[in-house]
Ligand binder design. Structure first.
Ligand SMILES: CC(C)(COP(=O)(O)OP(=O)(O)OC[C@H]1O[C@@H](n2cnc3c(N)ncnc32)[C@H](O)[C@@H]1OP(=O)(O)O)[C@@H](O)C(=O)NCCC(=O)NCCS
Length: 164
Protein backbone atom coordinates (compact mmCIF):
# COMPACT_ATOMS: atom_id res chain seq x y z
CA UNK A 1 0.00 0.00 0.00
CA UNK A 2 1.52 3.29 -1.06
CA UNK A 3 1.30 6.43 1.05
CA UNK A 4 0.82 9.93 -0.31
CA UNK A 5 1.61 13.16 1.50
CA UNK A 6 2.46 16.73 0.63
CA UNK A 7 6.16 17.49 0.18
CA UNK A 8 7.82 19.30 3.06
CA UNK A 9 11.28 20.70 3.75
CA UNK A 10 12.53 17.29 4.99
CA UNK A 11 12.13 15.98 1.44
CA UNK A 12 14.45 18.52 -0.13
CA UNK A 13 17.46 16.24 -0.56
CA UNK A 14 15.68 13.16 -1.86
CA UNK A 15 13.74 15.19 -4.41
CA UNK A 16 17.04 16.81 -5.44
CA UNK A 17 18.71 13.44 -5.95
CA UNK A 18 15.74 12.09 -7.90
CA UNK A 19 15.57 15.18 -10.10
CA UNK A 20 19.25 14.80 -10.99
CA UNK A 21 18.96 11.09 -11.63
CA UNK A 22 20.40 10.62 -15.16
CA UNK A 23 17.22 9.05 -16.59
CA UNK A 24 15.00 11.73 -15.10
CA UNK A 25 17.19 14.47 -16.59
CA UNK A 26 17.38 12.71 -19.94
CA UNK A 27 13.59 12.41 -20.09
CA UNK A 28 12.97 16.03 -19.15
CA UNK A 29 12.58 18.90 -21.58
CA UNK A 30 15.43 20.66 -19.83
CA UNK A 31 18.24 18.13 -19.54
CA UNK A 32 20.64 20.38 -17.61
CA UNK A 33 22.03 19.27 -14.26
CA UNK A 34 20.26 21.10 -11.42
CA UNK A 35 22.53 22.85 -8.94
CA UNK A 36 21.82 22.58 -5.20
CA UNK A 37 21.30 26.36 -4.89
CA UNK A 38 18.85 26.39 -7.76
CA UNK A 39 16.98 23.47 -6.20
CA UNK A 40 16.80 25.00 -2.71
CA UNK A 41 15.45 28.20 -4.14
CA UNK A 42 12.83 26.42 -6.24
CA UNK A 43 11.86 23.82 -3.60
CA UNK A 44 11.30 26.33 -0.80
CA UNK A 45 8.95 28.34 -2.97
CA UNK A 46 7.24 25.31 -4.44
CA UNK A 47 6.21 23.73 -1.14
CA UNK A 48 4.52 26.98 -0.12
CA UNK A 49 2.17 26.75 -3.10
CA UNK A 50 -0.82 24.96 -1.62
CA UNK A 51 -3.00 25.33 -4.74
CA UNK A 52 -0.97 22.93 -6.81
CA UNK A 53 -0.28 19.61 -5.10
CA UNK A 54 3.26 18.29 -4.78
CA UNK A 55 3.01 14.72 -3.53
CA UNK A 56 5.68 12.51 -2.04
CA UNK A 57 4.93 8.83 -2.50
CA UNK A 58 6.30 6.27 -0.04
CA UNK A 59 5.83 2.60 0.65
CA UNK A 60 4.56 1.30 4.00
CA UNK A 61 8.15 1.40 5.38
CA UNK A 62 8.44 5.03 4.37
CA UNK A 63 10.89 4.29 1.60
CA UNK A 64 10.82 7.09 -0.94
CA UNK A 65 9.18 5.88 -4.16
CA UNK A 66 8.81 9.12 -6.06
CA UNK A 67 7.13 12.45 -6.52
CA UNK A 68 4.17 13.83 -8.45
CA UNK A 69 3.56 17.49 -9.12
CA UNK A 70 0.85 19.54 -10.71
CA UNK A 71 1.82 22.79 -12.38
CA UNK A 72 -0.17 25.43 -14.20
CA UNK A 73 0.71 26.76 -17.65
CA UNK A 74 -1.89 29.27 -18.76
CA UNK A 75 -5.20 27.43 -18.63
CA UNK A 76 -3.54 24.04 -18.58
CA UNK A 77 -2.86 21.86 -15.53
CA UNK A 78 0.21 19.73 -16.11
CA UNK A 79 1.18 16.62 -14.21
CA UNK A 80 4.73 15.34 -13.86
CA UNK A 81 5.96 12.20 -12.19
CA UNK A 82 9.29 10.63 -11.36
CA UNK A 83 9.97 7.38 -9.58
CA UNK A 84 13.31 6.40 -8.03
CA UNK A 85 15.28 3.88 -10.08
CA UNK A 86 14.76 0.88 -7.79
CA UNK A 87 10.98 1.21 -8.06
CA UNK A 88 10.67 1.74 -11.81
CA UNK A 89 9.21 -0.81 -14.24
CA UNK A 90 7.24 -2.49 -11.45
CA UNK A 91 3.87 -1.25 -12.64
CA UNK A 92 3.67 1.53 -10.03
CA UNK A 93 3.61 4.40 -12.53
CA UNK A 94 -0.01 4.19 -13.68
CA UNK A 95 -1.22 3.44 -10.13
CA UNK A 96 0.54 6.54 -8.79
CA UNK A 97 -0.77 8.73 -11.62
CA UNK A 98 -4.36 7.58 -11.04
CA UNK A 99 -4.20 8.03 -7.27
CA UNK A 100 -2.55 11.46 -7.54
CA UNK A 101 -5.26 12.64 -9.92
CA UNK A 102 -7.93 11.43 -7.56
CA UNK A 103 -6.29 13.13 -4.56
CA UNK A 104 -5.77 16.37 -6.47
CA UNK A 105 -9.36 16.59 -7.64
CA UNK A 106 -8.18 17.78 -11.07
CA UNK A 107 -10.08 16.29 -13.97
CA UNK A 108 -8.52 18.09 -16.91
CA UNK A 109 -4.82 17.42 -16.88
CA UNK A 110 -2.09 17.12 -19.50
CA UNK A 111 1.30 15.45 -19.45
CA UNK A 112 4.22 16.45 -21.66
CA UNK A 113 6.26 13.41 -22.53
CA UNK A 114 9.21 12.89 -24.83
CA UNK A 115 8.15 10.59 -27.64
CA UNK A 116 10.92 8.10 -26.82
CA UNK A 117 9.78 7.76 -23.21
CA UNK A 118 7.80 4.57 -23.70
CA UNK A 119 7.40 3.67 -20.00
CA UNK A 120 5.92 7.10 -19.35
CA UNK A 121 3.58 7.05 -22.37
CA UNK A 122 2.43 3.57 -21.35
CA UNK A 123 1.95 4.49 -17.71
CA UNK A 124 -0.14 7.57 -18.57
CA UNK A 125 -2.14 5.65 -21.19
CA UNK A 126 -2.92 2.98 -18.62
CA UNK A 127 -4.07 5.72 -16.25
CA UNK A 128 -6.62 6.83 -18.85
CA UNK A 129 -4.72 9.56 -20.69
CA UNK A 130 -5.27 9.90 -24.41
CA UNK A 131 -3.12 11.44 -27.07
CA UNK A 132 -4.52 14.95 -27.19
CA UNK A 133 -6.21 15.98 -30.40
CA UNK A 134 -5.43 19.57 -29.64
CA UNK A 135 -1.69 19.46 -29.18
CA UNK A 136 -0.15 16.44 -30.78
CA UNK A 137 3.48 17.38 -30.79
CA UNK A 138 5.42 20.24 -29.38
CA UNK A 139 9.00 20.84 -30.36
CA UNK A 140 11.33 22.79 -28.21
CA UNK A 141 14.66 24.25 -29.17
CA UNK A 142 16.43 22.04 -26.74
CA UNK A 143 14.91 18.90 -28.15
CA UNK A 144 15.61 19.88 -31.73
CA UNK A 145 19.24 20.53 -30.84
CA UNK A 146 19.54 17.14 -29.31
CA UNK A 147 17.64 15.50 -32.16
CA UNK A 148 15.52 13.61 -29.69
CA UNK A 149 12.16 13.91 -31.40
CA UNK A 150 9.15 15.66 -30.00
CA UNK A 151 7.24 16.01 -26.83
CA UNK A 152 3.91 14.28 -26.94
CA UNK A 153 1.07 15.81 -25.00
CA UNK A 154 -1.46 13.43 -23.61
CA UNK A 155 -4.47 14.41 -21.67
CA UNK A 156 -7.19 12.87 -19.58
CA UNK A 157 -9.65 15.57 -20.56
CA UNK A 158 -11.78 13.16 -22.58
CA UNK A 159 -11.86 10.53 -19.91
CA UNK A 160 -12.89 12.33 -16.78
CA UNK A 161 -15.05 9.44 -15.65
CA UNK A 162 -11.94 7.27 -15.17
CA UNK A 163 -10.48 9.55 -12.58
CA UNK A 164 -13.67 10.58 -10.81
C1 LIG B 1 7.94 7.10 -16.37
C2 LIG B 1 7.70 6.38 -15.06
C3 LIG B 1 6.92 7.27 -14.11
C4 LIG B 1 6.84 5.14 -15.37
O1 LIG B 1 6.56 4.46 -14.20
P1 LIG B 1 6.99 2.92 -14.02
O2 LIG B 1 6.43 2.47 -12.73
O3 LIG B 1 8.47 2.80 -14.21
O4 LIG B 1 6.28 2.25 -15.25
P2 LIG B 1 5.42 0.94 -15.21
O5 LIG B 1 6.20 -0.15 -14.54
O6 LIG B 1 4.06 1.29 -14.69
O7 LIG B 1 5.36 0.62 -16.73
C5 LIG B 1 4.54 1.33 -17.61
C6 LIG B 1 4.59 0.65 -18.93
O8 LIG B 1 5.86 0.85 -19.56
C7 LIG B 1 6.47 -0.42 -19.81
N1 LIG B 1 7.87 -0.29 -19.44
C8 LIG B 1 8.36 -0.17 -18.18
N2 LIG B 1 9.69 -0.05 -18.22
C9 LIG B 1 10.03 -0.10 -19.52
C10 LIG B 1 11.27 -0.01 -20.20
N3 LIG B 1 12.41 0.16 -19.54
N4 LIG B 1 11.26 -0.07 -21.55
C11 LIG B 1 10.08 -0.21 -22.23
N5 LIG B 1 8.89 -0.30 -21.64
C12 LIG B 1 8.87 -0.24 -20.31
C13 LIG B 1 5.78 -1.40 -18.96
O9 LIG B 1 5.81 -2.67 -19.57
C14 LIG B 1 4.41 -0.85 -18.89
O10 LIG B 1 3.71 -1.14 -20.09
P3 LIG B 1 2.43 -2.04 -20.06
O11 LIG B 1 1.47 -1.28 -19.21
O12 LIG B 1 2.03 -2.13 -21.47
O13 LIG B 1 2.88 -3.32 -19.43
C15 LIG B 1 9.03 5.95 -14.38
O14 LIG B 1 9.67 4.99 -15.18
C16 LIG B 1 9.98 7.11 -14.15
O15 LIG B 1 9.91 7.77 -13.12
N6 LIG B 1 10.91 7.35 -15.09
C17 LIG B 1 11.89 8.41 -14.97
C18 LIG B 1 11.27 9.79 -15.00
C19 LIG B 1 10.33 10.00 -16.14
O16 LIG B 1 10.56 9.59 -17.27
N7 LIG B 1 9.22 10.68 -15.82
C20 LIG B 1 8.18 10.99 -16.76
C21 LIG B 1 8.51 12.24 -17.49
S1 LIG B 1 7.20 12.65 -18.62
Amino acid sequence: MLKYRFASIEDIKKVYDLSNDPTVRKKSENTNYISWDEHVNWFNKRILNKNLPFYIVEDENENFIGQVRFERKGEETIISISIVKEFRSLGLGSQIIKKSLKLSGFTNVSAYILTDNIPSINAFSKAGFKNSNLLKFKYTQNILNNARGGVITISNRFLNQLVA
